[in-house]
Structure formats: structure tokens, C-alpha cells
Design a protein around this ligand. Structure first.
Ligand SMILES: *Cc1c(COP(=O)(O)O)cnc(C)c1O
Length: 465
């Protein structure tokens, strides 16, 4: 037994340190910051080498147990992991598809809702249920989705009696398949709310509700979006898994990640801090290129959100970037100042020292919608491989840098059927759509449409609880 368990601190430095269990339920810190571990746990080289003989679930156990404490026994953690990955339709959970001598696509879409969000959300729903059932408690979960998180959360929690779940999505701005995955789940504990606004508007409503401490306490609310630490934690696993499955020793590797809220790619950065030998992380953005601009100019300036063919990354406010800025600077007063500036003026500037530090780990490229289209058509024609528009953002961005690396891995964040209309139009075929998706499209839907108003959402929650 360890007695020095990891504690979690807020990036803004004015919240109490939390234990693992509390950090799972807390979401946003009371000071407005995001929780991160006080220090990064490390693997030895020997431990990392041992991953090549381990299953995905075993690697998940090794990674996640570095972050937990005595509120969760090894046995319970193993059970939760097994339960969480049993509904994936591939025995490798996140299989690697080798598309050329040195290029791989990491398929993260084999969970129940066909996008990578299942990897974390299946685990979190079971983990929360474990803690709640043990203490005979219930909670109300609140989250915003750009399409995929909400579906993964709703499907994760649909049979979990200890929780009610409220999910906001931007009305008419997500794909039919994405919406139907959420609105066709008709258990009593699921509430879908469509907001007349953008994903950033939805996320702002959530942030405002959570900043009202009294309301949050009174209605026992917990957040589920990508600011929740456990999401990031689960995503670290597949970086280690990937390198355990390819001969990467002594080779330069680049991972390219289609990025919106900066959660998935931050997990790669944390894998590096824990001892992984990743050389570069490529932030692939679509025409909502705030992070690409930040790396090239040092100026982080919000623009209007542009609707593209890869809607799950149509984001300007990239919440988890705060965690990176904190880790690079370890300066919470800098974070407070920077985030205040972003809130009041829509912009902040980073010193070149900070930008250069970031560039030791990250590069970035912004992919146009034409490039997305060409990439999808090209892979279909040359390799008979159908990819979704987000994965195409990744593949196109990887092409900008891969020649400088021995191995290039692109994270495939969604199954193409999740964006079936877009993909079908490009490749003039529908053979990639599984029967399960067609079935979901035929089911009845249930959702409430609301104005872009925090008060309206609060009222609805009060009415339902
Ligand atoms: C959520 C999502 C992303 C972006 O992930 P972040 O962690 O927000 O950067 C990319 N692709 C798809 C399909 C997604 O659902």
C-alpha cells in the first residue's frame, strides 16, 4: 500500500487539494480552474516494455492505478475496467490499422456510440456508479456536447440508477446520427436539451451553472465534459497501448490528433510526462484554427465559430489548453490573469518563451474543408479505406509533418458512419454504414429545444429533478 497518494490541485491555485474520488465528481474547481495531479506519476522503462505482453485492459489498469487512491481497490478497478470495455466491438479495444510502412490509424471508434468518447465515458459511468452505490447516493450529471461526448455519456449512464443526466447540444449543428444516438435513448434518467446557439454557447451555460456554487450544491450537479479529469486519464491509456504494439524503439514518432477541446491530445502530452517516448504531438485543427494560430503567432484570439464538415471540433474555446499552460508554466497567477483576459477581451498573448516550450512537444496545422474532402476521397480510392471527416483532418495534418518522423500515427476519433451524409456525398457509397446506425435513425426522438439562456436551462433542471 502506498501512503502518499497523489492529490489534485486546481490550475488557478485557489481551491483545496482533492483526493481521486472527489476529483471525479467535482468537475470544474470552485476557483474556475481545472484539476490536475500535483505531479505526474512515472513509469520505468521496464514497466513500459512489459506493456507489449499486456491486453488493453491490463495497460489501462497499470495507467489508471497510478492516479487512484485507497478509495478504489485493485480488484474493484479491474472489475470496472472489464465492465467498461466489454461492449466494444473489437477485442483490441483500440486497434491499430497499418496503412503504409510507417503510417498507422488508431481506431478509437469501436465503442457503443462509434466515437472515441466511449473510451472514457464507459469507464466514468461505471466508476461513478461504483462510488455512488457504495454510499447509497445519487447525482445529477450536466454536460455540453459538440455531438459525441453527449452520446457516449447518455449511453454510458442510461442504465445507471444512481444518476440523472442532462446533456446540452447546439440545436441543428450536429449530425443526425450524433443526435439520434442521444435522443433515442428513452430511459427516465436521460434529458436531452438542444440550445439555439453554438457548442461554445452550450459550454458557457455549463460553466455559468457550475460557477453558481449554491445551485450546484442544491441540485447535486456534477460535470461530465472534457474538463473532468477522469476523461483525460482514460485517454492516456491508448498512447501507451499504441507504442506497445509497434516496433518503435529508437524511432521518431509523431501522433496527430484532431483537436477541439484539447483533451485527447493533452492525454498524449501526459503520456510523455509519464515516460512515453512520443517525439511530437500534432494539433490537427479544422478551419476553427485558434490553436494553430496560437502556436504560430503566440496570440490566442477567439474568432466566431465556423460550421465545418467536422463539427465535433468546431470549437474556439479550447478548455483543456489551460491545463497545458499551467503545466508548462506552473504559475497559477499567470493562469488567472490569462483566463481573465480571455474572458474580458477574447484574446491573450503568450511570451515567446512559453510558446517555444509548447513547441518542444507540439506542432499544428489547420486543415481546410477542401483538404478534408480530398483526403477522404483519396484514401477511399487508393486504399479502399473509409474515414470520417475528423480523422481526415488528422490524416491531412499528419501529411504536413510525417516525412520528418519514422512513424506517424493518426487518432481516428469517429467511425465514418457517424457522419454518414458528409462521407456518402464524398465517396458516393453507403456501404460503410453498419446496420446498427440505420436502425437508430429510424427510432423516435425525445428532446427539449431551448433559447441560449442559462436561466432557461436552470429552470428545466429544477423542474425535472
Ligand atoms: C470530441 C471529438 C474530437 C476532439 O477531442 P478533444 O478532446 O475535444 O480535442 C475530435 N473528433 C471527434 C470525432 C470528437 O468527437
Amino acid at each position: 500500500m502506498r501512503n502518499n497518494y497523489l492529490k489534485y490541485i486546481s490550475t488557478r491555485g485557489h481551491s483545496q487539494k482533492l483526493d481521486f474520488k472527489d476529483v471525479i465528481f467535482e468537475g470544474l474547481a470552485p476557483d474556475g480552474g481545472l484539476y490536475i495531479p500535483e505531479e505526474w506519476p512515472k513509469f520505468t522503462n521496464k514497466e513500459i516494455k512489459s506493456f507489449s505482453c499486456k491486453s488493453y485492459q491490463e495497460i489501462a489498469f497499470d495507467v489508471i492505478s497510478k492516479f487512484t487512491d485507497d478509495s478504489l481497490s485493485s480488484e474493484d478497478l479491474k472489475n470496472i475496467i472489464d465492465l467498461s470495455y466489454k461492449d466494444f466491438d473489437h477485442s483490441e479495444i483500440t486497434p491499430l490499422n497499418k496503412i503504409s510502412e510507417n503510417e498507422y490509424i488508431l481506431e478509437l471508434f469501436h465503442g457503443p456510440t462509434y466515437a472515441f468518447k466511449d473510451v472514457a465515458m464507459q469507464f466514468i459511468s461505471n466508476l461513478m456508479d461504483f462510488y455512488l452505490s457504495k454510499s447509497n447516493q445519487t447525482i445529477n450529471i450536466l454536460g455540453a456536447t459538440s455531438g459525441d461526448t453527449g452520446a457516449a455519456a447518455i449511453v454510458g449512464f442510461q442504465n445507471i440508477k444512481s444518476a440523472q443526466i442532462f446533456i446540452l447540444h447546439p440545436y441543428d449543428k450536429i449530425s443526425d446520427v450524433q443526435r439520434k444516438f442521444m435522443t433515442t435513448v428513452q430511459t427516465n434518467n436521460v434529458h436531452n436539451i438542444a440550445i439555439k446557439g453554438s457548442f461554445d454557447d452550450c459550454q458557457n451555460i455549463i460553466k455559468e451553472i457550475f460557477s453558481d456554487q449554491n445551485y450546484k450544491k442544491q441540485y447535486n450537479l456534477t460535470a461530465i465534459n472534457s474538463i473532468n479529469w477522469s476523461r483525460i486519464m482514460c485517454q492516456i491509456v491508448y498512447y501507451f497501448y499504441t507504442l506497445s504494439r509497434i516496433e518503435a524503439e529508437g524511432k521518431k514518432t509523431i501522433f496527430t490528433v484532431p483537436t477541439g477541446n484539447f483533451g485527447d491530445i493533452l492525454a498524449g502530452y501526459i503520456a510523455i510526462q509519464m515516460g512515453s517516448s512520443i517525439d511530437m504531438l500534432n494539433i490537427a485543427t479544422n478551419e476553427n484554427d485558434i490553436l494553430t494560430r496560437t502556436l504560430s503567432t503566440g496570440k490566442h484570439t477567439l474568432n466566431d465559430v465556423k460550421a465545418t464538415s467536422s463539427p465535433s471540433i468546431d470549437i474556439q474555446i479550447s478548455s483543456n489548453f489551460e491545463r497545458l499552460l499551467y503545466d508548462i508554466t506552473k504559475d497559477s497567477s499567470f493562469i488567472i490573469k490569462t483566463m481573465d483576459e480571455l474572458k474580458s477581451s477574447g484574446s491573450y498573448s503568450l511570451e515567446s518563451k512559453v510558446v517555444n516550450n509548447i513547441k518542444e512537444y507540439f506542432c499544428s496545422y489547420s486543415v481546410s474543408q477542401d483538404e478534408v474532402r480530398e483526403t477522404i476521397i483519396n484514401l477511399y480510392k487508393t486504399k479502399n479505406l473509409v474515414i470520417d471527416p475528423h480523422t481526415a483532418v488528422g490524416v491531412a495534418a499528419a501529411g504536413q509533418f510525417s516525412k520528418n518522423y519514422d512513424i506517424s500515427i493518426v487518432l481516428s476519433t469517429a467511425h465514418p458512419a457517424k457522419f454518414k451524409d458528409t462521407v456518402r456525398e464524398f465517396i458516393q457509397s453507403e456501404s460503410f454504414v453498419p446496420a446498427k446506425i440505420n436502425k437508430i435513425l429510424s427510432l423516435n426522438e425525445d428532446m427539449v429545444i431551448l433559447e441560449n439562456s442559462t436561466e432557461k436551462v436552470k429552470e428545466l433542471i429544477m423542474e425535472k429533478i
